[in-house]
Ligand binder design. Structure first.
Ligand code: SAH
Length: 261
């Protein structure tokens, strides 16, 4: 225990405390053993915040065995009923994908994912979402993300065990900080003057936009096609801050008022 405490305090002194703002989210996990493996992968790299969206089976003895001593991560894991709840306070949301999907989305490799995450985690919460063992994340879940991340693999055999995927992603997070601490690499991107809008605030904006699009008869609710998914992709790609979202909602409200509805 003493050794662990020492390791943690060293972590805190050299900038690794940012890792506590990076949340690992697992959606509908089938095997509790994989939750244990995830806890172990996280703890070895210095991450601690695990959120489980409706796991099919609860944390059990197998999960504890596979966590190999990372029981603190399992004990503090939160269980929530929806993905929305798991990410609502996050300024950056990244979804993992083992294959390409119908509508292309801004795609990162694990190294770029870590750079973005570490940069944002200085001020805000970040979530990385992992999917079901058998079929990954749905298109609707992936549409909630600013970016997707794919771990490069053999194209003929591209699906990693979820615990292994979490290990690779968390390793890159640690590596991004190691490089920054040793001064080998400057993290790219600028530090923004305002906080990024949270996932919940973006959901609010997109719902508001949809209402106005229906009221103005731009959008036919009977035949919405992919328009709202495309609008969601636009806002996720732009990553607006809180002020920008408020201004946009103000514009939408003024349009509704002028339409006299
Ligand atoms: N058959 C599923 C694979 C699920 S693997 C599918 O086609 O989507 C279970 C989870 O492990 C995925 O949802 C993802 O979170 C992670 N994972 C597996 N391989 C990955 C890869 N190459 N890149 C990123 N994440 C991966």
């Amino acid at each position: 225990m003493e050794f662990q405490d020492k390791a943690q305090s060293e972590d805190a002194s050299v900038g690794f405390q940012m890792l506590s703002n990076i949340r690992i989210v697992m959606v509908n996990t089938t095997h509790p053993g994989n939750i244990g493996a995830a806890a172990r992968a996280m703890k070895t790299m210095g991450l601690s915040e695990l959120v489980l969206v409706e796991p099919k089976r609860p944390i059990d003895d197998e999960a504890i065995a596979r966590s190999s001593g990372a029981t603190d991560v399992l004990e503090s894991a939160q269980i929530v009923p929806s993905l929305e709840e798991a990410i609502e306070d996050c300024g950056l949301v990244i979804g993992t994908s083992a294959r390409s999907r119908s509508i292309p989305w801004p795609l990162l490799n694990p190294r770029q994912c870590a750079e973005q995450s570490v940069l944002t985690s200085k001020r805000q919460k970040v979530a990385i979402i992992f999917g079901r063992e058998d079929r990954g994340l749905t298109n609707e879940e992936l549409a909630k993300c600013n970016f997707h991340v794919h771990i490069p693999t053999n194209p003929d055999y591209s699906s990693l065990n979820i615990g292994a995927a979490i290990q690779v992603i968390c390793y890159e997070m640690r590596m991004a900080i190691e490089l920054q601490v040793s001064g080998d690499e400057q993290l790219w991107g600028v530090e923004w003057d305002r906080e990024l809008a949270s996932s919940k605030e973006l959901d609010g904006l997109i719902d508001h936009l949809e209402q106005v699009m229906v009221t103005s008869e731009f959008l036919d609710p009977e035949n919405p096609r992919y328009i709202m998914t495309r609008m969601r992709r636009l806002f996720n790609r732009a990553m607006p801050d809180k002020v920008e979202v408020n201004v946009f909602r103000g514009i939408l409200s003024s349009i509704t008022k002028k339409l006299g509805r």
